[in-house]
Design a protein around this ligand. Structure first.
Ligand SMILES: *[C@@H]1O[C@H](CO)[C@@H](O)[C@H](O)[C@H]1NC(C)=O
Ligand SMILES: *[C@@H]1O[C@H](CO)[C@@H](O)[C@H](O)[C@H]1NC(C)=O
Ligand SMILES: *[C@@H]1O[C@H](CO)[C@@H](O)[C@H](O)[C@H]1NC(C)=O
Ligand SMILES: *[C@@H]1O[C@H](CO)[C@@H](O)[C@H](O)[C@H]1NC(C)=O
Length: 825
C-alpha cells in the first residue's frame, strides 16, 4: 500500500470515554464489501516450518492474515480501534517452528513524526485468534521504507522461548527469552544500521534509519532444547559490513568475513541441508526503488561466498528482493526482481543451487515476450487488463516483490506478494518439467485498501467507492470482486465521490494525478459505470472533496491544489473567494439545486446561488476543526456537522445549531434509510460518546446505540469514511484506512439487498453533462514521459521531464513513486 496518512492529531485528541454516557450496543454482523485481490502491498509471507499449510501474510497498513486450506485468508487484527490504529502496520511476523500455535507480530505504523506511538510485539498462543501485547520502548515502522526486508523477527528453532527483533531508527537488536513477553537490547551487537533512503530529505519519512533487516537462525548448528549457537543478522548498511554472525547464541558477534557489502541485504534464507545461507541484495531499501542488486550464497562450512546473481550487465536493472528455497528439494532456489517496472516483474528459478537460472519470462522476437506462465485473475478480475495503475495492461507479474515463498511441505505450492496483491499457484514443479506454470491471484480475503470516499445512492448500485491507489469501484455486488476499477480517466487515487440527489445516476469523482492522467474531475450518467473527463478543470488541479448539486448541474470542489472551486453547467471551474482556504467540509443539498454547505473552524457557510458565493450562517460552538457535513436526503436545510468538539444539528440551513450533548468529538457521519417508512433517517457516526466508536441514532440524535464491537475496531476513526445505505435500514458502510470497506447489518434483520442489480446501461458512454451537449476542448497532448525510476531532468538532459502516471520527479531528477500525504488533522 502506498498511501501515507498523517495522523499526527490522534494522540493528542484521544480521550476515551470522557463524556461518560452509558450507551447500549446492538449486535451487528460486519463483513468486507469484497474488492478482493488484496489491493495493496504485501511485504511479507511466512510459512510455518512445522505444520503443513499454516502460513501468514503481513501488510503495511492493513494488518496480518492467516491462510486457510481453501486459499482464502482470515484477517487477524480487526480488533484494532482508534487508540490502536498503528497495529495495522505489521513490520515483521514470526510463526513458531516448535509450537505452531504461537504467532508473533511486530507492529507500529511510522517511525517518524506521523505516528506518535511506540510499537509493540503482539504475542498469540492461538494462531492470531487473540494476542497479548508487549509495548516496545521505541517506534516500529510497518509502513516505512525497507518494510519488505526481513523478517526482522525470528524465533529460535531449537529453543522457542528465545526471539530476536531487529529495530529501526538506530535502536539495534533486541532479544526476548520469555516468548516475547519482555525484551532487552543486545548490547554486544555491533551495528544498528546507518542507511537512510534519502539523506537530507525535507520529508522526515525518508530520513530515518532502516535499521536491522533480518535475523536468521542456523537451525543445523544446535540441537533441540538448547539455544541455537549460530545466528545471522542482516543490517541496512551500504558500503560497510552488513551481515553479522554469532556462534555463541548471541553472546558475541562479528561481521561475516569475505562479504560484499556494496548493496543492502534484503533477505537471508537458510538452506539447511546444503548448509548454505542465500542472501538477496538491492541498492535501495525498497519497496519502490532498486536499480541494481545481487544474489550471493554463503557456504557456512567453508566460509566461501559465491556470486550467483541471475542477471548481469544491462539485464541487471533491478534490485533483488523476494528469496526462497525448496526445503523438499535442496538446491532449488527462487529470487524475485524487487522492481522490474518494464516490461514486467521477473522471477528466477534454479534447481542447481544457483549455478544456472531460468526466468519467468524472456524476450522473444522483440517486442514479443515468452511468458512461461498462464495467468488467472478470476478471484479479482479488476487486477488484470483493466488495472492500469502503473502501465496499462502490463505488469501482470507484479512489482515490489519482496515476499516469495515455496511451501516448505509442498514443492508445487508457492506464493508471492506484489505492490497490489498475492499471486501464486499449485503447479510450481511444472517450471522444471515444461517451463510453464499457472499463476493466479490468491489474495481472496485480503482487503487492504485505503478508502477515501463512499456513496450509497438511493437507486442503482448500493455502493460506489473512491479508493486510494486503485481508484475505486461500482460495487454491483458486496460479495463478489468487481470486474473493473473506475476507468477513463484513471488516476492513482480517487479522493472523493458524490451523487446528485434528484438524479442519483449522475455521479462525480475527483482524483489525484497530473495532466498525464487526464482532468482530475470526472462525471458519470450511469452511476459510475462509465465516465467522462470534466474539461472545465485546470490541468493538474487535483484531489480534495467534491459535492454535486441536487440536479447535477453544479460541481463544488475543495481541491488540494487550487482552493475551493465551482463549475456550473460544465463551465470552467472558478474560484469561490467567499470560502477560506481552511474550508474542511463541503456538501450539497440533495433536494434544492444550487444549495451548498461548507464549514471551516467554527463557521458554517451557506450558498444559495449555486456555490458562487457563501455567507457565514451559523457557529459550531467552540469547534476548531470540522470533519464532515451530512445532509438529510429529503429535506432542504436539515444538516448535521461533525467537529473536534462534537456533533451539531441544524434544521434551518445553519441559522441555528443544536449541539448533541452526549457527543464530545465526531468524524464521519451519514444519514440513511429510516427505521420505518417516512421516518427521520437513521444517523450513523464515528464519534466519542461512550468512548470512540461507531453509533446509530433512530431518533434524531436523542439516543444512540453502539454498532461496532470489540472484534471490529476499524482503526483510526479520524481516517475513516462513514456512508449509510440509502435503502436498507440498519446498514452502514465504513471505509477504513487499510482494511478496505466494511458493511454492517443489524444481526437478525433480513436484508433486502446484498447483491445489487444496478439499473445501468452497459453501452452509453457519458460525454455530455446533465444540461445538454457541451463542446469539449481537445485535451492537450502530453509529451513523452520518463519511465518509473528513470531520469527526468538535470544538466544537459534533453529527455522527458515529466514522469509516468503515479510517479513524480524528485531530487536527483529521478521518477519516484508518488506518495500521497493526506493531512487529516
Ligand atoms: C498472555 O498473558 C497471560 C496473562 O499473563 C498468560 O497467562 C498467557 O500465557 C499469555 N499468552 C501467551 C500466548 O503468551
Ligand atoms: C561487490 O559488489 C559490487 C556490486 O555488485 C560489484 O560491483 C563489485 O565488483 C563487488 N566486489 C567484489 C570484490 O566482488
Ligand atoms: C505457457 O502456457 C500458457 C497457457 O497454456 C500459454 O499461453 C503460453 O504461451 C505458454 N508459454 C510459452 C512460452 O509457451
Ligand atoms: C502538470 O504537471 C506536469 C507534471 O508534474 C507538468 O509537467 C506540467 O507542466 C503541469 N501542467 C500545468 C498546466 O501546470
Amino acid at each position: 500500500m502506498k498511501v501515507v496518512f498523517w495522523l499526527g492529531s490522534v494522540a493528542t485528541t484521544l480521550s476515551l470515554g470522557t463524556s461518560g454516557f452509558a450507551v447500549s450496543s446492538q449486535k451487528y454482523v460486519w463483513k468486507n464489501a469484497k474488492i478482493g485481490g488484496g489491493g495493496g502491498f504485501v511485504p511479507g509471507i511466512v510459512f510455518n516450518a512445522k505444520e503443513k499449510g499454516l502460513a501468514y501474510a503481513r501488510t503495511d497498513i492493513g494488518g496480518a492474515y492467516r491462510l486457510n486450506s481453501d486459499d482464502t485468508w482470515t484477517p487477524l487484527l480487526d480488533f484494532a480501534d482508534h487508540a490502536r490504529w498503528n497495529y495495522w502496520g505489521v513490520d515483521a511476523l514470526a510463526t513458531d517452528p516448535v509450537d505452531p500455535n504461537r504467532l508473533y507480530l511486530a507492529t507500529g505504523m511510522y517511525t517518524n513524526s506521523w505516528d506518535p506511538n511506540y510499537g509493540q510485539i503482539l504475542v498469540s498462543g492461538n494462531r492470531g485468534a487473540s494476542f497479548n501485547v508487549t509495548k516496545l520502548p521505541f517506534k516500529v515502522g510497518g509502513n516505512m521504507p525497507g518494510r519488505g526486508m526481513g523478517e526482522r523477527l525470528a524465533i529460535d528453532p531449537n529453543s522457542n522461548n528465545i526471539l530476536y527483533f531487529g529495530a529501526r531508527s538506530g535502536n539495534g537488536l533486541w532479544k526476548s527469552t520469555d516468548y516475547g513477553t519482555s525484551w532487552s537490547n543486545v548490547a554486544s551487537f555491533p551495528s544498528a544500521g546507518t542507511y537512510v533512503p534519502v539523506p537530507g530529505d525535507t520529508n522526515d519519512y525518508n530520513t530515518d534509519k532502516v535499521g536491522i533487516a533480518w535475523v536468521t537462525f542456523d537451525s543445523t548448528s544446535g540441537s533441540s532444547g538448547r539455544a541455537t549457537p549460530r545466528i545471522f543478522v542482516g543490517v541496512a548498511n551500504a558500503g560497510s559490513d552488513n551481515v553479522f554472525v554469532s556462534s555463541d547464541a548471541g553472546g558475541t558477534w562479528s561481521a561475516v568475513p569475505g562479504q560484499n557489502n556494496t548493496f543492502l541485504p534484503h533477505k537471508g534464507v537458510l538452506s539447511p541441508s546444503e548448509k548454505v545461507l542465500y542472501i538477496s541484495y538491492s541498492n535501495g531499501a525498497g519497496p519502490y526503488d532498486g536499480t541494481s542488486g545481487a544474489l550471493y550464497k554463503y557456504n557456512i562450512a567453508s566460509g566461501a561466498w559465491t556470486n550467483i546473481t541471475p542477471a548481469s550487465g544491462s539485464d541487471l536493472y533491478f534490485g533483488l528482493g523476494g528469496l526462497t528455497v525448496d526445503l523438499q528439494k535442496p538446491g532449488t532456489v527462487m529470487v524475485a526482481a524487487l522492481n522490474s517496472w518494464w516490461p514486467d516483474g521477473q522471477i528466477f528459478r534454479s534447481t542447481d543451487s544457483g549455478t544456472t537460472w531460468s526466468p519467468l519470462w524472456s524476450w522473444g522476437n522483440y517486442p514479443e515476450m515468452n511468458k512461461y506462465y498462464s495467468y488467472s485473475d478470476s478471484k479479482a478480475p479488476w487486477l488484470g487488463p483493466n488495472y492500469v495503475e502503473i502501465n496499462p495492461g502490463t505488469l501482470q507479474i507484479g512489482w515490489m516483490m519482496e515476499a516469495l515463498e515455496i511451501d516448505p511441505f509442498d514443492s508445487n505450492h508457492w506464493l508471492y506478494g506484489t505492490g497490489a496483491t498475492i499471486y501464486g499457484g499449485r503447479d510450481l514443479l511444472q517450471w522444471d518439467v515444461k517451463h510453464n506454470v499457472s499463476i493466479s491471484s490468491l489474495a481472496d480475503g485480503i482487503e487492504e485498501t485505503a478508502i477515501l470516499g463512499l456513496v450509497s445512492p438511493p437507486s442503482g448500485p448500493s455502493l460506489v467507492s473512491a479508493v486510494g491507489d486503485i481508484g475505486g469501484f461500482v460495487h454491483e455486488s458486496l460479495t463478489e470482486a468487481p470486474r473493473s476499477s473506475h476507468q477513463n480517466p484513471n488516476w492513482p487515487s480517487t479522493s472523493d465521490i458524490d451523487y446528485a440527489g434528484n438524479k442519483p445516476s449522475y455521479v462525480v469523482r475527483v482524483g489525484t494525478g497530473d495532466s498525464s492522467t487526464g482532468k482530475q474531475v470526472a462525471f458519470s450518467n450511469d452511476y459510475g459505470k462509465t465516465w467522462a473527463q470534466h474539461y472545465g478543470a485546470a490541468d493538474n488541479a487535483s484531489g480534495g472533496k467534491v459535492a454535486v448539486s441536487a440536479d447535477g448541474t453544479i460541481i463544488l470542489w475543495k481541491s488540494n491544489t487550487d482552493g475551493v472551486l465551482v463549475s456550473q453547467n460544465q463551465a470552467t471551474f472558478g474560484a469561490v473567494s467567499s470560502l477560506p482556504s481552511t474550508t474542511s467540509a463541503i456538501a450539497s443539498d440533495k433536494k434544492s439545486n444550487g444549495v451548498f454547505y461548507a464549514a471551516s473552524g467554527s463557521n458554517f457557510y451557506l450558498s444559495t446561488d449555486g456555490g458562487k458565493t457563501f455567507t457565514v450562517k451559523g457557529t459550531l460552538g467552540s469547534s476548531t476543526s470540522t470533519f464532515d457535513i451530512a445532509v438529510h436526503p429529503g429535506v432542504t436545510g436539515d444538516v448535521w456537522v461533525s467537529t473536534d468538539k462534537g456533533l451539531f444539528h441544524s434544521p434551518n440551513s445553519g441559522t441555528t445549531f443544536t449541539a448533541i450533548s452526549e457527543v464530545s468529538q465526531a468524524w464521519g457521519i451519514s444519514l440513511g434509510a429510516p427505521a420505518s417508512a417516512g421516518g427521520y433517517p437513521a444517523i450513523y457516526v464515528a464519534a466519542n460518546i461512550d468512548g470512540i466508536a461507531y453509533y446509530r441514532s433512530d431518533d434524531q440524535g436523542a439516543s444512540w446505540v453502539q454498532i461496532n464491537d470489540a472484534a471490529h475496531g476499524f482503526g483510526a476513526a479520524s481516517a475513516n469514511v462513514v456512508a449509510a445505505d440509502s435503502r436498507v435500514y440498519g446498514r452502514v458502510y465504513i471505509g477504513t484506512n487499510g482494511r478496505g470497506i466494511f458493511y454492517g447489518d443489524v444481526d437478525g434483520l433480513t436484508n433486502p439487498i446484498t447483491t445489487t442489480s444496478a439499473v445501468v446501461s452497459t453501452t452509453t458512454v457519458a460525454t455530455t453533462g446533465p444540461t445538454g451537449t457541451v463542446t469539449e476542448p481537445t485535451p492537450s497532448t502530453t509529451s513523452a514521459v520518463a519511465n518509473p525510476w528513470g531520469q527526468c531532468g538535470g544538466l544537459g538532459w534533453s529527455g522527458p521531464v515529466t514522469c509516468t502516471s503515479g510517479f513524480e520527479c524528485v531530487v536527483g531528477n529521478t521518477c519516484k513513486r508518488r506518495i500521497l500525504v493526506l493531512c487529516l488533522v
